[in-house]
Ligand binder design. Structure first.
Ligand SMILES: [Zn+2]
Ligand SMILES: [Zn+2]
Length: 261
């Protein structure tokens, strides 16, 4: 099939552990969504990265941004553009690139071009924007800090990523009515037995996701469970595998994977 939309997941866990990396999507050749495992890429690829879309300010989603800026500063001619909600960008400026934890790289110029090393660009829920041929549509998520889910398309095909979220029927309404969304990556951080922690930290368990998708009625849709907390990974996967008897197919994803839609 021509014009397939290929992308990579470089990290799919809700934390870090041996061979487990936090959330990071790579849309070749220069765009990332979340920054949990950027260094799965080669240096030649890292130099080309122009855009990083951050879904929220939590550390597992932003952790590699400071190292990427630092590592590629000498070779880079264009700024690294950081896209996020105003609250996300403010949190980065105030708490990471604050001259205490890390330099304020937006004030530092690139030696090759004199342009800023880093730029902050605000995005907003329900205002789609375009990056390098990718159409990106943010949807408000249901999490402890302002967070966006994303629908990402190239041409007529795309995927949706909940980022971190508890139950969020609005997101699933968009998935239900949009047949161009072929694959969904959904937060299942905890097994259903850990519902109390999930309720407080606003993440899905297997059960809360099932409630959200009970009326989904979408054919040709693949649902991948991501953001599994490494501590609970085995228990979540067992629980998801048990659902197949009931005819519910959710694919747990850990580690890296290439997708072609
Ligand atoms: Zn997270
Ligand atoms: Zn989070």
């Amino acid at each position: 099939m021509k014009d397939r939309f290929s992308f990579y997941i470089l990290g799919s866990s809700g934390g870090k552990a041996k061979r487990r990396f936090s959330m990071c999507f790579y849309l070749p050749n220069n765009t990332l969504i979340d920054a949990g495992n950027i260094f799965a890429l080669e240096k030649s690829e890292l130099i080309l990265i122009k855009n990083i879309v951050l879904t929220h300010s939590h550390f597992d989603h932003i952790c590699d941004v400071p190292f990427l800026v630092d590592y590629t500063i000498n070779e880079r001619e264009e700024p690294i553009k950081i896209y996020g909600l105003p609250e996300t960008l403010e949190a980065l400026k105030k708490n990471i690139f604050n001259e205490t934890i890390w330099p304020a790289f937006d004030k530092i110029k690139l030696s090759k071009s004199g342009k800023s090393t880093m730029e902050y660009l605000e995005i907003f829920p329900y205002k789609e924007f375009y990056l390098e041929g990718y159409k990106i549509f943010p949807i408000s998520s249901n999490h402890t800090v302002p967070t966006i889910s994303l629908v990402v398309k190239r041409g007529e095909r795309g995927f949706a990523y909940t980022s971190d979220t508890f139950k969020n029927p609005i997101f699933w309404d968009f998935v239900k009515k949009d047949n161009q969304i072929k694959t969904v990556f959904v937060d299942i951080s905890f097994p259903s037995s850990k519902e109390e922690i999930a309720n407080v930290s606003l993440h899905n368990t297997v059960r809360t996701l099932l409630e959200d998708i009970s009326n989904l009625e979408r054919k040709n849709l693949r649902i991948y469970a991501v953001h599994l907390k490494p501590t609970y990974e085995k228990e979540i996967i067992q629980e998801i595998d048990g659902l197949r008897k009931e005819g519910v197919r959710i694919r747990p994803l850990v580690g890296k994977k290439r997708f072609s839609l």
